[in-house]
Design a protein around this ligand. Structure first.
Ligand code: DCP
Ligand code: MG
Length: 356
């Protein structure tokens, strides 16, 4: 098989928001700590919890009320996004010192492609972990594997303060004993369909014939088969390969008023369109982000055959996504519109509104 062997590092900071809050107030060290969004008296939602608090069953996205019931002694502090962004940027800058091929995937998570000929890769990677601790005061977990999928899964198996290398050729064997819910993309619905083959582990999934998975799941089936074998060829997207633009805004008060929702979406689409024009970009993918009153957040996207930049088409995409994902009644707190998969303006012309 003609596979390029790569070394991909996946880094994820441990209990990120809680760790930053502890840096700000060292008396929180080792405490039962919950960082919460929204109303701290009960209507809020848990953003994250310190590892000691997790032992009580507290986890991200849990209603705060429930978290307080499980762990009444916990100290609760509100989220401070701008503070965490600063730390996030410093971590990413440090990673870029190691390799220019850094793909940030969330506020506290990144993939780094390490040069294949880098001597003593394991030692170098552990150095990064130590530097993040020493220079920024933060704990993180790092995994290295030959692809993004395996490094991400591996990282989650050794949290917190973990370090793991999955050697080339051992991907499938490494994944085999892990529960199927560790596989990104195998959500609740997919997992329930997989019970027909009695799939409980990733190894069980690897034994299901690819053709059967394909019949039941289509494209997703092909992914599931490849993933279970520990294969993933997806590239590490760096800034230049993966530009995106977005605009978002929060309502003063959660609303289900269609005219207010429509007006904000129009405004955001105009903003994104203006930014695309300015950078002489066009976008292949339009993303709508909705955060509802209970802080549940969804992002949905439409990918177009031809890249676009004009407000009318961006708006048509955003409205379609809204129609498909909002019942017109659930109060909305925040709306975001994003343009992803950007190309230079000269690379495509707008002819129509074709949805892939
Ligand atoms: N976050 C959030 N709401 C969620 C999930 C996460 O606000 N539903 C925020 C708080 C987290 C940060 O994003 O600190 C990073 O998310 P992670 O999933 O990486 O969680 P942690 O870093 O807190 O813990 P872990 O050690 O499991 O990575
Ligand atoms: Mg994390």
């Amino acid at each position: 098989m003609n596979r390029v062997t790569r070394q991909i590092l996946h880094l994820d900071l441990d209990a990120f928001y809680a760790s930053v809050e502890t840096l700000m107030d060292p008396t929180l060290e080792g405490k039962l700590l919950i960082v919460a969004m929204g109303d701290l008296t009960g209507r809020g939602v848990v953003a994250t919890a310190s590892y000691p608090a997790r032992r009580f069953g507290v986890h991200s996205a849990m209603p705060l009320r429930e978290a307080v019931r499980l762990c009444p002694q916990a100290v609760i502090v509100p989220v401070r996004h701008s503070l965490y962004s600063g730390y996030s940027e410093r971590v990413m800058a440090l990673l870029r010192e190691v390799s220019p091929l850094v793909e940030q995937v969330s506020i506290d998570e990144a993939y780094v492609e390490i040069p294949i000929n880098l001597g003593n890769a394991a030692g170098r990677v552990q150095e990064i972990q130590q530097r993040i601790k020493k220079e920024l005061g933060l704990d993180c977990t790092i995994a290295v594997a030959t692809n993004k999928l395996v490094s991400k899964i591996a990282c989650n198996t050794v949290k917190p303060r973990g370090f793991i290398v999955v050697p080339a050729g051992e991907e499938q064997a490494f994944l085999a004993p892990l529960s199927i819910d560790k596989l990104p993309g195998a959500g609740r619905v997919t997992r329930s369909k997989l019970t027909r083959w009695s799939v409980r582990t990733i190894g069980d999934l690897a034994r299901v014939p690819a053709a059967e998975l394909r019949t039941v799941f289509g494209q997703l089936g092909i992914y599931l088969h490849e993933a279970a074998l520990g294969r993933d060829d997806s590239p590490v997207f760096t800034e230049t390969r993966h530009k995106s633009l977005s605009a978002e805004n929060t309502f003063d008060r959660d609303t289900a008023d269609p005219s207010k929702v429509g007006a904000l979406i129009t405004e955001l689409c105009q903003e994104v369109s203006g930014a695309l024009d300015k950078g002489e970009f066009r976008a292949r993918t339009i993303v709508l982000k909705l955060r509802f009153g209970d802080f549940t957040t969804i992002t949905r996207q439409i990918t177009l055959k031809i890249p676009i930049a004009d407000t009318a088409t961006i708006l048509a995409c955003a409205r379609q996504l809204l129609e498909d994902n909002w019942n017109g009644q659930r109060p909305i707190r925040l709306i975001g519109v994003g343009a992803h998969n950007l190309v230079e303006a000269s690379a495509g012309t707008q002819l129509e509104f074709p949805i892939a």
